[in-house]
Design a protein around this ligand. Structure first.
Ligand SMILES: CC(C)(COP(=O)(O)OP(=O)(O)OC[C@H]1O[C@@H](n2cnc3c(N)ncnc32)[C@H](O)[C@@H]1OP(=O)(O)O)[C@@H](O)C(=O)NCCC(=O)NCCS
Length: 185
């Protein structure tokens, strides 16, 4: 199945509100993240106005020859001098789960941020109870870098934040390995 990423536009607003308030998505996203129309519309506008610093992307798949919205993911500049971006707001709609779409989408986003936009380091944080997202992050090539113990108040208790990161050298090494693999075949 072909997975594509494109910047969200105002026509995606209904899809984003439905997805981010879904009972199988909402409990896993950071409590402070907007999920109302106004907040999401502001994010889309910022993504279009400041493409280097902020992005909200729709994950699309081809389904029977038709392009369908399957999920969302995003980033925000964290440190301009050292070219660090925070990733976040990943969600795949429950109708499209189980096919590892998020892995393909994450790889597309990594390459866009590092090779097109020039970031050097990508980082993200996942609640300790969200094992599925942690497995996804590791499969997509992010390195588990540590834990912020009992950092966040979520669902009535203190929960850990598990930190993942990826640097440009990780992608370059992977490209070299793939290249050598082809050369030797
Ligand atoms: C994290 C997420 C984007 C991954 O989506 P995806 O690419 O479709 O992957 P899936 O959710 O289908 O999960 C893939 C694997 O996890 C397994 N899995 C399913 N439910 C699980 C659970 N509750 N705990 C752990 N693993 C689970 C699946 O069986 C599958 O296993 P496999 O590798 O053996 O095939 C998606 O689950 C999601 O949107 N979750 C809610 C929002 C969220 O957690 N966002 C991340 C915030 S940091």
């Amino acid at each position: 199945m072909t997975v594509r990423l494109r910047r969200a536009d105002p026509g995606d607003l209904d899809f984003l509100v439905e997805l981010l308030t879904h009972e199988e998505v909402e409990p896993f996203l950071a409590a402070i993240r907007p999920r109302d129309r106004e907040g999401l519309a502001a994010e889309i506008a910022r993504s279009q106005a400041e493409p280097q610093d902020f992005g909200r992307f729709v994950i699309e798949v081809d389904d029977g020859g038709e392009s369908r919205r399957a999920g969302v993911m995003g980033f925000e500049v964290a440190n301009r001098r050292s070219r660090i971006a925070n990733l976040g707001g990943l969600a795949v709609h429950p109708d499209f789960r189980g096919r590892h779409l998020a892995d393909d989408a994450a790889r597309l986003l990594q390459r866009h941020l590092i090779f097109d936009l020039g970031y050097h380091r990508l980082q993200l944080e996942i609640y300790g109870f969200n094992e599925r997202a942690q497995q996804h992050a590791a499969r997509a090539g992010f390195v588990r870098e540590g834990i912020r113990r009992k950092a966040y108040r979520r669902h009535g208790e203190w929960v850990d934040g598990v930190m993942f990161g990826l640097v440009r050298e990780d992608l370059e090494r992977d490209s070299e390995v793939a290249h050598e693999g082809r050369g030797g075949a």
